[in-house]
Design a protein around this ligand. Structure first.
Ligand code: 5GP
Length: 201
């Protein structure tokens, strides 16, 4: 899971990561917010009405969902399940409440937090995007302040200064996470059992 303040550049980073390596699958979330110019339904998000979103919640079709700055955002179950079955690393670009809910369901999920190099750079990026009104930008910056309180729940932070370097760092961290004992418990158990059998011979 990848979280980060609005304007930290998560979207661009994730697209580049998926383009650079083929073991990743990027989950497409569902949201009730309106598309920004250039965003396409089914690519950045599935854009739906509140009624449709609430229906999906009732049907149990979302792994998690959260409310963010007045809109719903959620992760559809089906795609994630299929990609995990194919053995791919599924990337969820979601905010902190959702990330923590998923961590409860999947304790070995890796949590990365993308930070901007500075707050002034964050503000500049949000304003430079030119897609949100000053009120929305203000709301998103104040939400960033709240999210900053939860950063210690994450496994790693990545500073998005230079795109390519940041992509390499993320890939490295994910590769390293695959090697922790917690994420290799069945392999470790097998080796242990074989060793025990060997010792008994
Ligand atoms: P934006 O409107 O800027 O695209 O996204 C706003 C926030 O919602 C971001 O922090 C983004 O990571 C988060 N988000 C996007 N999709 C989901 C989702 O499926 N679930 C949750 N909990 N948050 C999401």
């Amino acid at each position: 899971m990848v979280s980060g303040f609005s304007g930290a550049g998560k979207g661009t980073l994730m697209k580049q990561l998926v383009r650079s390596y083929d073991n990743y699958a990027l989950s497409v979330s569902m949201t009730t917010r309106s598309p920004r110019p250039g965003e396409e339904d089914g690519r950045e998000y599935f854009f739906v009405s509140r009624e449709e979103f609430e229906r999906r919640i009732e049907e149990g079709g979302l792994i998690e969902y959260a409310s963010y700055c007045g809109n719903y955002y959620g992760t559809p179950k089906e795609y994630v399940r299929k990609q995990l079955e194919k053995g791919r690393d599924v990337i969820l670009e979601i905010e902190i409440q959702g990330a923590l809910k998923i961590k409860e369901q999947f304790p070995t999920a890796l949590l990365l937090f993308v930070m901007p190099p500075s707050v002034s750079e964050l503000k500049k990026r949000l304003e430079g995007r030119g897609t949100e009104s000053p009120e929305v930008i203000k709301r998103r910056l104040s939400r960033a302040g709240e999210e900053a309180d939860g950063i210690e729940n994450y496994d790693f932070i990545v500073i998005n200064d230079k795109l390519e370097e940041c992509v390499e760092q993320m890939h490295g961290l994910i590769a390293a996470a695959h090697k922790t004992p917690q994420r290799n418990s069945s392999f470790i158990r097998e080796i242990r059992q074989e060793l025990q059998a060997f010792a008994k011979q």
